[in-house]
Design a protein around this ligand. Structure first.
Ligand code: WQD
Length: 338
């Protein structure tokens, strides 16, 4: 039995990945201190898979408490590390909280992965490591620019820590650079649970549409793009989740050590903010109440992925299109209102 430890397993991408791992025959243990997530996700996972997942409510910056998980579960052969703070704006206000939480957690996990031979280590990274790229779409070889926020810096530093640990120790690691994960599981049993006012575009759209927010702002429409609004690569969270299962299977099958690979997880399609809003309005049959506001500091103008490497090496394909992203996001928002 191969047990995979999923950190941040009660979070948005973590919960969707646990569902996919279970459906592909893996045994899963979660650790999540519920500081930015809810145990409600575990009920959703059980509803979809029929499996009750053990979640350790432990802070990964507490190394001794984290080590107990490896003592309790000697069959842990792989780790998928999602748990981290991820709000760009908050990271600018509280950089030390971000460095302490995101980096100390990772250091402890890497030390324990080495000590307990959990050699397959998948790190949740982000397209934010590219900064403002000179050329798009970006490939895994695109030069990394200075991170636009302390959050982005923790992802860049995290990638370096994983790579250096993989050189020094018998680890097989994979860095997955997500673009913009959106949408919800088709069962609508799990989805995104933003805390407070949503920072990200799609939850802002769905909360405005359902009336939780009176209006939303498009942060700038005079950028140098086809309609003046920023371009991003929106990708369904289930496509992101399945890529983690494929990456873990790929690492186990190759059975290498001192080996690290990087994959872009994006659809390869760049969509503007206004196009995303139009897609939502079409799917939901609603006219969204938005206004054009000032640009948001730190926003990059345009980024989307070249995902050829993940498609070729992992045998990964994106199954959900923009309409399905918006439909499931909307169905999930409506389910929360019930
Ligand atoms: C997308 C576009 C906004 C809200 C960040 C992180 C990334 C990942 C996802 C963690 C931008 C515009 C947004 C709104 C708007 N985070 N927007 N009105 O900034 O691309 O990526 O979140 O994993 O690492 O960098 O995502 O959804 O915040 O913004 O106009 O109310 O939507 O200006 O152009 P972003 P986002």
């Amino acid at each position: 039995m191969q047990t995979i430890l999923v950190t941040g397993g009660c979070g948005y991408i973590g919960a969707h990945t646990i569902v996919d791992l279970i459906q592909n025959g893996f045994d899963v243990v979660s650790v999540d201190n519920l500081s930015r997530s809810s145990a409600h996700s575990l009920e959703g996972i059980e509803k979809i898979t029929g499996k009750k997942i053990k979640n350790y409510v432990i802070d990964l910056t507490n190394k001794a408490a984290t080590e107990q998980i490896f003592i309790d579960h000697p069959t842990i052969t792989g780790i998928i590390h999602f748990a981290a703070y991820k709000a760009v704006g908050e990271s600018v206000e509280k950089p030390l909280d971000y460095y302490e939480n995101n980096l100390f957690s990772l250091i402890h996990l890497l030390q324990l992965a080495v000590k307990y031979h959990a050699k397959h280590f998948i790190f949740s990274s982000s397209c934010t490591v590219y900064g403002n790229p000179d050329h798009i779409p970006v490939t895994e070889l695109t030069e990394l620019k200075t991170a636009a926020s302390p959050y982005g810096a923790t992802k860049q530093m995290g990638e370096t820590m994983v790579q250096d640990s993989t050189v020094a120790h018998p680890l097989s690691s994979i860095l997955l650079r997500y673009f913009n994960p959106v949408g919800a599981h088709p069962s609508i049993a799990i989805g995104e649970l933003p805390i407070g006012r949503p920072q990200n575009l799609v939850p802002a759209i769905t909360q405005t549409a359902i009336g939780k927010l009176p209006k939303m702002q498009v942060y700038g429409n005079d950028y140098d793009t086809r309609d003046g609004s920023c371009i991003r690569d929106y990708i369904h969270v289930c496509d992101i989740a399945h890529a983690h299962t494929l990456a873990m299977q790929y690492s186990i099958k190759n059975n290498k050590v001192n080996h690290c690979e990087i994959f872009n997880l994006g659809t390869g399609n760049g969509i503007t903010v206004l196009e995303a809003i139009k897609a939502f309005e079409k799917v939901a049959g609603i006219t969204l109440n938005y206004e054009i506001g000032p640009k948001r500091p730190g926003d990059i103008v345009a980024i989307y992925a070249n995902n050829d490497y993940a498609v070729k090496k992992l045998g990964w394909t994106c199954k959900y299109d923009l309409d399905e992203m918006m439909r499931t996001a909307w169905e999930w928002e409506k389910s929360l209102a019930k």
